[in-house]
Design a protein around this ligand. Structure first.
Ligand SMILES: Nc1ccn([C@@H]2O[C@H](COP(=O)(O)OP(=O)(O)OP(=O)(O)O)[C@@H](O)[C@H]2O)c(=O)n1
Ligand SMILES: C[C@](O)(CO)[C@H](O)COP(=O)(O)O
Length: 235
């Protein structure tokens, strides 16, 4: 690796309630092939040796975390998250302040994406290491894309040739990401991923081609798909 800044940190937003899963237990604590979804996601990051510390944003009401094996892992710390995903990410970034220098890299990865491959994360870090801004894992949109009206009638068929679906991990310089998120949230901009704040600040992040198996567990059927993906990968 030829990266000038040699430090890599990670942030895992895990403070959501998982309303679209329709389960009482927040989705990060659902069982996925014998471990919690959060444990599986953290395991993928812990297997990347470049990552020095992982800051996990948890709900202030979280009572489950202390029972996870990862709670006693020396490379993991926790912090209270916020009301939106972006608030949780910013809280975790700020909690890394005593470790991270402005030019260090920080990788943000959703707790809800447990099927990401550690080898793909390493390849992404190596590929983007000399980029001035950073980038995100993403896949080209495979389906024909429809824009709908208020009654769910089809209003248009979009040109998908330049449309990609954003995933996590998303990798940015620490100082640039903190500044971009703070400014976007202060301005009331809707920020559903880190790249949207960085784009709003005037930068051009890169896309790193990922896999569609890196799905986000969002609705009930995703848990079954994730089990199949992990089983196919021998996990
Ligand atoms: N206030 C929030 C909201 C979300 N997240 C985290 O952000 C990731 C992606 O968000 P999403 O899939 O939308 O999770 P939820 O907000 O939990 O789900 P829903 O929108 O269905 O309620 C998840 O790991 C989730 O725990 C978070 O840390 N803090
Ligand atoms: C960051 C993200 O995973 C990219 O796909 C996603 O935007 C976060 O989830 P949400 O459902 O948009 O909150």
């Amino acid at each position: 690796m030829t990266a000038t800044p040699s430090h890599f940190w990670a942030v895992v937003p895990a403070a959501g309630i998982g309303s679209r899963m329709q389960t009482e237990t927040p989705k990060q604590y659902l069982n996925l092939a014998g471990k919690t979804v959060l444990s599986r996601s953290l395991g993928k990051l812990l297997a990347v040796p470049f990552i020095e510390r992982i800051m996990v944003a948890l709900s202030p009401n979280d009572a489950v975390w202390p029972s996870l094996p990862e709670a006693s892992e020396s490379r993991i710390s926790t912090v209270a998250g916020g009301s939106e995903r972006a608030d949780s990410v910013l809280a975790a970034l700020k909690a890394l302040d005593s470790y991270a220098a402005p030019d260090d890299w920080v990788l943000v990865h959703d707790a809800a994406r447990p099927c990401v491959q550690s080898a793909a994360i390493s390849r992404m870090l190596i590929t983007l290491a000399d980029h001035p801004v950073g980038g995100i894992m993403a896949t080209p949109i495979a389906d024909t894309v429809k824009q709908v009206d208020a009654e769910q009638g089809i209003a248009a068929t979009l040109d998908r040739s330049r449309l990609w679906a954003a995933q996590t991990p998303q990798l940015f310089r620490y100082g640039l990401l903190v500044a971009a998120l703070e400014k976007a949230l202060d301005a009331g901009v809707t920020v559903t991923d880190e790249a949207s704040a960085v784009e709003w600040a005037g930068h051009t992040p890169k896309l790193f081609s990922g896999s569609r198996t890196n799905l986000k567990i969002t609705v009930p059927e995703d848990l079954h798909l994730a089990e199949l993906i992990l089983a196919a990968e021998g996990e």
